[in-house]
Design a protein around this ligand. Sequence first.
Ligand code: ZN
Length: 508
Amino acid sequence: MSERTYYVTTPIYYISGQPHIGHAYTTIVADVLARTARTSRSSFFLTGTDEHGQKVAEAAEHAGMSPQAWCDALVPRWQQLFASYDCAYDDFIRTTQPRHERVVSAVFEQLRANGDVYRGTYEGWYCVSDETFWLESKLIDGNCPTCGRPVTRLTEESWFFRLSAYRQRLLEHFRANPEWVRPRSAYNEMLAILEGGLEDLSISRTAFDWGIPIADGSGVIYVWFDALLNYISAIGWSSDNAAFHARWPADVQLVGKEIARFHTIVWPAVLMALGLELPRLVYAHGWITVDGQKIGKSLGNAVDAFVLAERYGADTIRYFLLREAPFGSDFSYSEEKIIARRNADLGNDLGNLLNRSISMITKYFSGVVPLSTATTFSDAFTTLPPRYTEAVLDLRFRDALEDAWTLVSGLNRSIDEHKPWALAKATDDSEAQARLATVMYDLIAGLRWLAIMLAPIMPDRAREMWHQLGFTDDIALQSIRELQWHDLLPGHHVGTGAPLFPRLELTS
Ligand SMILES: [Zn+2]
């Protein structure tokens, strides 16, 4: 574990509104990455909530509460959602925590001292819903280009971040690192924005006071500037903190494509101004849609994310989200599609395979896996575990799962081809008995691999699979990369258990 800690972040979620499946999706992906990385090195997974800004202040006022009390009341809802999807984050940061506010104030003062933050006058259009400023030229029919809502004209004295001064360095970074923003569509879009020119960014507000105050009383810090700094405040930013430098730069920062601009243009410029390295990868993923419409706070089209977890189980949804579409693209989900994946891939292909294999070992070998140094498998699978790990850590989850399922199919095919029940009847044919032993060994060896490989994606079901296969040590501590086919110890006894993925039908 001498390598640097693997550091993955989700966006901190804007607390105004209810958490939905889109938030769960991003957080699940971060969880899968952290769990996978952890099988070979230390990892750190950060999520949290973005709690300042006018929209939060207004929502709190509407509810007759103070903004802080309102945030305190909502945070558990987010934490419950992530718990219901088995997301084991290492830290949950809230932007109203003193540890965060201290860092934001210190960054602001440092940048003011070195001239990256200066005083000016702001004139422009503001979308309260997105807490975003827009140039007149970006408005669509006079409305916000992101959400379509009306915008407000603002003229005020403001602090500015000298974003334009970093344009050249950003361009150089983009051109030298074409993979630092993915997918390629997001990279191209952001590069085009940079090529079109950058304006300095207003980073203070005086119209309302729900934010981190500026020391001289000249307003509060713009919520986006505040929020972006969570990625370094949570890990204790300061120039002499060794723990901070063991984690920064982040390996992967996950964002929704609608906030790619802040994360790939503003954020790296702030990091450059602070003399910090840029994240290795910012991944701007697509949206989960229902009937082609983005799931959002204002769209009542989404099945409640809590209900989905309860109805299908966290692991089925986790598998579905990663398997259904290549990560990065938009995709439309429906309960029919979830059930189809659940019953086919998980129930028929994997669950029945486990069930049949354990029954046959129990029946033909009294539950003890026969030792075999041979295999009925070609070498095609030898490189599967490292290849699979590589694909997961490269966020090619669908490819990884398709690859893993070639092993699932291979094992199922082996049963069909070798017909163990026929071999078992040929009791005085020693060749048949040896082949039966090999086929049985292969099934358990392959299922053992699958349990370990799938554990980051389906932690609960993989653990159950592990126990049914008769293992008692901690599945999360098994290294995926180092898996060997002939790792099983002599005398290994399989366990028992109920079907992993009982068949489901569409309700209502
Ligand atoms: Zn808007």
